[in-house]
Design a protein around this ligand. Structure first.
Ligand code: UDX
Length: 438
């Protein structure tokens, strides 16, 4: 099939490359000259494991190409995906849909025969109806079906999530569109991925409800972690104990510094707003947003408390900056709030992240960027694990102890075992555990 992906960001690039890998002919369109020129040079502007290889393979096979021109590709397409950004609107937290509607109008002007237009971007409930209204009123002569097909891709695991999804949700009531969408995802039948067809508004809400539930689940275990610290329980053991119940499941029960990223913060806020607009408030998600925001600030206080309540003039080293490992994405990363709290407390902050340093330089205050964990640990009065990159899991703790001014580790991702750290002589502050005795 001939597919056009409008928007070559995290979602558009991964979706376009994977659809090409299924054998479809895909053109990824973007307005950014820099992005398209980089992609045509074989450079991938985002860090996503495996993406560079799958793009190169499919470009080489002639199934994947990039273009700044929208009209030409859309005029020949069977299915056009809208994968443009839907950032939180300044000030009120609603999703900013200006890019979606602009793309929709450009697409409508360019379509020739019957075409399926798919919202792949995360869009509030009713956006598909609004796009359909625009098409009906402004382009009455065009034959277009509007379909919702939300993505459930995790950054750092996006390709495997696309190719081995738990489900593919497709919101439409149009028979012809249903057939075309079956064709798009036919290769996934091999992985027995269930195609779940429902109404368009239901599909749009499934995306928000899924993200909000996951954000709430993380926030639940984070609050349980705080309780564990007070009553002397171990949150990782509590998580394991409850996660064995199949009704709860063992995923997304890792206590940490709070969730970040380009989705959970934006989508929880947008869903809360939508619910308020429909006078059916989601109080659990409203609380999730509040608790998560407060948690990031509490993590800054936790680090300061680990340094006897004062970091003025002290060197503090941060391991990891990105909102999660295996990405270069700093959007809403807890590190941003933690660094600011330390700078406000007068600390001399040194940071290292395997992939996020360039992105961090655009959002962090005056910190020093190191080349590796040992360099930033030299002379540090505390080492703080903010992102659980694999390469931080087996550091040379003897060397770290020698390099540091005081042996304090604040492990916000519980990647180290407290009793092991005590053996090395570290004062180890974890999340949701009682402090181990040295
Ligand atoms: C999320 C959803 O998982 C994905 O389905 C959706 O399409 C986009 O949003 P993503 O934001 O890329 O994906 O990352 P995810 O792995 O979900 O982590 C989100 C945040 O939650 C990260 O900050 C992560 O550190 C945090 N997290 C996740 C926890 O703190 N504990 C956990 O157990 C899991």
């Amino acid at each position: 099939m001939r597919i056009v992906m409008i928007g070559s960001g995290y979602v558009g690039l991964v979706s376009g490359a994977c659809l090409a890998d299924f054998g479809h002919e895909v053109i990824c369109v973007d307005k950014s000259t820099d992005k398209i020129e980089a992609l045509e040079r074989g450079e991938v502007p985002i860090f996503e494991p495996g993406l560079e290889a799958i793009i190169a393979h499919n470009r080489g096979a002639g199934r994947l190409s990039f273009s700044m021109d929208l009209a030409g590709p859309v005029g020949n397409a069977d299915v056009v995906f809208i994968a443009v950004g839907t950032p939180s609107r300044r000030g009120d937290g609603h999703a900013d849909l200006s890019y979606v509607y602009a793309a929709a109008r450009e697409i409508a002007a360019a379509v020739k025969g019957f075409t399926v237009v798919v919202t792949k971007s995360t869009v509030p409930v009713g956006t598909g109806d609004e796009i359909e209204r625009i098409f009906r009123e402004e382009f009455p002569e065009k034959d277009i079906a509007v379909v919702s097909n939300p993505e459930f891709l995790r950054e750092g695991a996006a390709i495997s999530d696309f190719k081995r999804p738990d489900r593919i949700v497709i919101g439409t009531g149009d028979e012809r569109a249903t057939e075309l969408m079956r064709e798009v995802y036919r290769p996934l039948y091999l992985n027995e991925a269930p195609l779940y067809f429902c109404e368009r508004r239901t599909s749009e809400l499934i995306k928000y409800a899924a993200n909000a539930f996951l954000a709430m689940k993380i926030t639940f275990i984070n609050e349980i972690a705080d309780l564990c610290e007070s009553i002397g329980a171990d949150v990782q053991k509590v998580a394991k104990g409850i996660g064995m119940d199949k009704r709860i499941g063992d995923k997304f029960l890792h206590a940490g510094p709070g969730y970040g990223g380009s989705c959970f913060p934006k989508d929880t806020l947008a869903l809360v707003k939508t619910a308020q607009d429909y006078d059916s408030p989601l109080r659990l998600i409203e609380t999730t947003v509040l608790v998560n925001d407060n948690r990031k600030r509490a993590m800054g206080r936790k680090v300061i408390a680990a340094c006897e309540g004062n970091v003025r003039g002290k060197k503090i080293a941060l391991l990891g900056l990105t909102f999660k490992p295996n990405t270069d994405d700093m959007r809403d990363a807890p590190a941003i709030t933690i660094v600011q709290a330390l700078l406000d407390g007068g600390a001399d902050v040194h940071v290292f992240d395997p992939e996020g340093m360039e992105a961090a330089k655009t959002v962090l205050g005056p910190v020093s960027y190191g080349k590796n964990p040992y360099e930033i640990a030299a002379g540090a009065e505390a080492l703080v694990v903010v992102t659980e990159w694999d390469e931080f899991r087996a550091l040379d703790f003897r060397r770290l102890k020698q390099e540091m001014k005081s042996p304090v580790i604040v492990d916000l991702r519980n990647i180290y075992k407290p009793d092991e750290m005590a053996k090395y002589g570290f004062s180890h502050f974890a999340v949701g555990k009682r402090k181990a005795k040295i």
